[in-house]
Ligand binder design. Structure first.
Ligand SMILES: [Zn+2]
Ligand SMILES: [Zn+2]
Ligand SMILES: [Zn+2]
Length: 436
């Protein structure tokens, strides 16, 4: 297993030509042929090909470990001059710690390349903290192997150096082989169990990210219908005054304590002479009312235009009565009705989306719960397994990858995927307390 295979790609001088499959080499111990070693060379992690490649490589490594049945040692090779824990190294450490079962943590050997014990600047502390304390650490200054023999073959000092380092490296390799011989072979069954859990988690995550997409879609629709609801509500309010109140004055004849002259043809709304001074005469049909103040010059009543014979006296008077009427403005009411209809529709829509959203959220929550359960079970095999950390490490890398994508559509898709995973990570961490 290689952490950061920079050196290798430099030697090959072919970009991205690192191992993408596991290769198995079998060889016998040079001094003791009874010992047979099977070396599985695996793809490197934290290479420049991004998160997806790392995922594939982890899968390759896991599959190789499972088909090996048991392993004596997991040898991790890292650049010993890498002092800084860069996001990429951090990502690799998280990935390794999330994928190495507890059962095999006692079989870890660390080889730091390009350095000697005194010159190594690799953070062994970070390695121990994130993964496990390696059983043993070896140092290998292999830089001379990468130099051009033309440079040193005729130069005595350089030749001496190269030969010296060659011997040191051979010694180191012998010590590594000895250590491996001493380690007890451990079953890789745990890798298989982890793979099962991971596959289940992955399947669940695929489902839940689909839920998240659906939730976002419904949320958008809900927002749109709420806006429309607000708008139609405002419209409805602006047409709400479709009734107009009018005050009208009505004349009304009521009983009085005195007599007035009225006309038998107009008695319901006209008083021809209020409080007439003539002596009371309650019958009509005579010329008696010629003398009444209401009569004009040619014996035509100035108020009702009738002659004297239709007039008589009654104990009545005229009062004015004011009435308020509600008048409906029909066109405005039509506008109101239409706005109201819209309002009702959007209100129903908003309620429907709201309950759809609640259902989807509940479905997603059930999946989150299940993912938590799977993570919990998985952490029984790999106690350092921290799924949210892994998601965050993924996200950091995906963000870096997305930044350099030129094509706008592809970048948008990548950003959308990042957003979904961010949502997932935050949902998972908010729902889990502080367990993993
Ligand atoms: Zn009169
Ligand atoms: Zn009259
Ligand atoms: Zn009259």
């Amino acid at each position: 297993m290689f952490l950061n295979k920079d050196s290798e790609s430099k030697i090959d001088d072919v970009t991205k030509s690192q191992t993408v499959k596991c290769y198995t080499y079998t060889f016998a111990h040079p001094d003791n042929p009874a010992y047979k070693f099977i070396l599985i060379d695996t793809p490197g992690l934290s290479d420049t090909n991004g998160v997806k490649q790392d995922d594939k490589n982890i899968k390759e490594i896991t599959d190789a470990a499972i088909s090996a049945g048991s392993l004596s040692a997991i040898v991790i090779v890292a650049n010993g001059t890498e002092a800084r824990v860069t996001p990429s190294i951090k990502n690799t450490l998280v990935r390794l710690s999330n994928n190495l079962p507890d059962d095999l943590l006692g079989n870890i050997l660390l080889i730091l390349t390009k350095c000697t014990k005194s010159s190594a600047s690799f953070s062994e502390c970070a390695f121990s903290k994130e993964i496990a304390k390696p059983k043993k650490i070896f140092y290998m200054d292999n830089q001379f192997f990468c130099t051009d023999p033309e440079v040193w073959k005729d130069d005595e000092d350089e030749r001496f150096n190269v030969e010296h380092h060659w011997k040191l490296s051979i010694n180191t390799i012998n010590r590594i082989l000895e250590t491996i011989t001493d380690l007890s072979s451990t079953s890789t069954k745990a890798f298989e169990n982890m793979r099962e859990y991971r596959n289940k988690i992955k399947a669940e995550i695929d489902k839940v990210t689909q839920d998240i997409t659906n939730i976002q879609k419904v949320q958008d629709k809900l927002e749109a219908s709420q806006k429309a609801l607000q708008k139609s509500g405002d419209q409805k309010n602006s047409y709400a005054n479709y009734t107009k109140t009018e005050t009208i004055t009505l004349n009304k004849i009521v009983k009085a304590s005195y007599h007035s002259t009225v006309c038998s043809r107009h008695m319901d709304n006209i008083i021809c002479h209020d409080n007439c001074g003539l002596e009371m005469k309650t019958s009509s049909g005579t010329d008696y009312f010629t003398a009444c103040y209401c009569m004009g010059s040619n014996n035509i009543c100035r108020f009702c235009n009738c002659g004297p014979t239709s007039h008589y006296h009654a104990m009545v008077k005229l009062i004015k009565e004011t009435k308020t009427l509600n008048k409906v403005l029909e066109d405005m009411k039509a506008q109101y009705d239409s706005a109201n209809q819209q309002y009702q529709k959007y209100s129903t829509d908003a309620n429907n989306y709201q309950s759809t959203l609640a259902n989807l959220q509940a479905t997603a929550n059930a999946k989150y719960e299940y993912i938590h359960k799977l993570c919990k079970d998985l952490s029984k095999i790999c106690s350092r397994f921290n799924f949210v950390d892994e998601l965050h490490a993924n996200l950091d890398n995906m963000r870096q990858d997305a930044r350099v994508i030129q094509n706008i559509n592809i970048r948008r898709n990548a950003e959308a995927e990042i957003q979904r995973l961010e949502k997932l990570a935050s949902d998972l961490s908010s729902k889990r307390g502080s367990m993993y």
